[in-house]
Write a new protein. Structure first.
Length: 340
């Protein structure tokens, strides 16, 4: 795997009096009870996450779990109490305020739940605004803005004002504005949560379409596990400021690391989530396989009908090579058995 584009190592954010001294007093790693007894609010606790180029990492958890604070620490909109944050190999916590301003202007895009569009500027002017801040001349910034407006499907609305747009259209303007600077790293903080369910689904589809074209590196916050499953390469589940588990959706659902994660994921439809790979067994464990085969990356919901019709183990292939076997019992246990 390539080197991480964004890496945070043992990041802490405590609110209270002299949090740095408190951490030092407790060897940099106080437990949750000690933090609370000391009168501190544990917004982020000892968090380590790597985000690789082109990857969508979703950070999720209930309200107050620390997910938004963590993302603001990653972009240094909030100063961490302790830890290290590296972006393109540079330690952001050692960057000067002016260096951070330039990094955010040229390298990072941000989209938030509240669209924060400028009400007295048109769609075109809103999208071009970050380029105006960079000092790019009007012709170039408007040409780039037109490209982004077309990309998000708002052609013909360049002269509209935000009040003349629907919620979904306003969010598309926010997305276009954040993409105008061609960011290397894209932060999205619950960007669709204020939208109606149907519009939210449309925006998820739009997001996936854009990602297929642009291959951005993305850190995305949500509290909706169904949304996370649709969008994420990997998911970090937070509780009380700490990451309880970080992995693919399949890993988290099939092997929850804590009781909290198990409870958090218990209502997830396993049939739509799981692939054959996550359920298969090594070939040596089940003896020979029938002449039939299924692909390791195939969704279990698609492969189940074929597997359930046969008594014998069925070969699992990856790129034409056998990697395991799967049986009727494996499918039944995966779909109807107890996880963890």
């Amino acid at each position: 795997m390539s080197e991480a584009l964004l890496s945070c190592q043992h990041v802490w954010k405590l609110y209270g009096s002299q949090p740095e001294g408190f951490l030092a007093k407790h060897n940099g790693n106080p437990d949750l009870n000690t933090i609370r007894e000391g009168g501190y609010i544990p917004a982020v606790r000892d968090t380590t996450i790597d985000v690789f180029p082109g990857e969508i990492v979703i950070i999720m958890g209930l309200s107050g779990s620390g997910k938004s604070t963590l993302v603001r620490c990653l972009s240094r909109l909030i100063e961490p109490t302790a830890g290290e944050v590296y972006f393109e190999g540079k330690d952001l916590l050692k960057a000067s305020p002016n260096e951070m301003i330039e990094i955010r202007r040229h390298k990072m895009g941000m989209v938030f739940q509240h669209f924060a569009l400028l009400p007295h500027r048109t769609v075109l002017q809103n999208v071009a605004f970050p380029l105006e801040v960079q000092g790019i001349d009007r012709a170039k910034r408007e040409a780039r803005a037109h490209e982004m407006i077309e990309l998000v499907g708002l052609n013909g609305r360049e002269k509209y004002y935000p009040r003349e747009l629907s919620g979904g259209q306003q969010q598309r303007v926010g997305i276009a504005r954040s993409l105008a600077v061609a960011p290397d790293l894209w932060f999205l903080d619950e960007p669709f949560s204020a939208l109606d369910p149907l519009i939210r689904r449309e925006m998820q589809d739009e997001f996936l379409r854009l990602q297929a074209m642009l291959k951005k590196t993305i850190v995305f916050i949500t509290h909706d596990f169904d949304e996370a499953i649709r969008l994420a390469d990997r998911i970090a589940i937070m509780k009380d400021g700490a990451v309880d588990q970080f992995g693919t959706a399949e890993e988290i659902v099939t092997n929850p690391a804590t009781a909290y994660v198990r409870e958090f994921t218990k209502e997830i439809s396993r049939e739509k989530l799981l692939t054959v790979r996550s359920v298969m067994q090594p070939a040596s464990d089940r003896g020979g396989a029938s002449d039939l085969a299924v692909e390791a990356g195939e969704k279990l919901s698609v492969a189940a009908e074929k597997i359930l019709r046969h008594d014998d183990p069925i070969a699992v292939l990856d790129g034409g090579k056998p990697v395991g076997v799967i049986t009727r019992e494996d499918v039944i246990q995966a779909l109807h058995g107890q996880s963890g």
